[in-house]
Design a protein around this ligand. Sequence first.
Ligand SMILES: [Fe+2]
Ligand SMILES: [Fe+2]
Length: 192
Amino acid sequence: MNTDEFYRAEIEKRLSEARFIHSLNVADEARRLAERYGADPKKAYTAGLVHDIMKDAPKDVQRAYVIRSGGGDDPVLMSQKALWHAIAGAYVLERELGERDSEILLAVRYHTSGRAGMTLLEKIVFTADFISADRSYPGVEEMRERASRSLAEAMEEGLNFTIKDLCEKRRPIYRDTVDAYNDAVFAKEQGE
Ligand SMILES: [Fe+2]
Ligand SMILES: [Fe+2]
């Protein structure tokens, strides 16, 4: 596992100032959620730090990494540019920056789409991205309260928002996102 100092320098180099600050905030929030829900706070911080490492890369570069990762055959994935940076990020972290921690790589890989059977760390980074200190959308305070009460509730709400937004824009919905949403609904029903 590379040091946080290494990653901080790496993302500062690759990201806009606003996105760099967002990444530091997501890292802080992920550490807090890890302490609250019993995940490894150090891993959560690192995963938060690097989750958007490829977000400011040109779209054609992101796309090339998605294809290299084996995603080229999926028309929904290829049509949804917002998902590319997460897959590209996990690829770059593993193949170019030598990250070996599979939990961190998965948390980056699935921080936008979600997937069936998400790990605790994946859920934490997904949720931290919605409630980090730089976020200011209407309803963010309710989302923060939800996240401090129940991770399942926060996940369900976040995925509900994502799916609704895509529906309204008449965009396709990636199947991993539907799977994550269904998991979150069941988890919430079971009071997790
Ligand atoms: Fe992202
Ligand atoms: Fe983010």
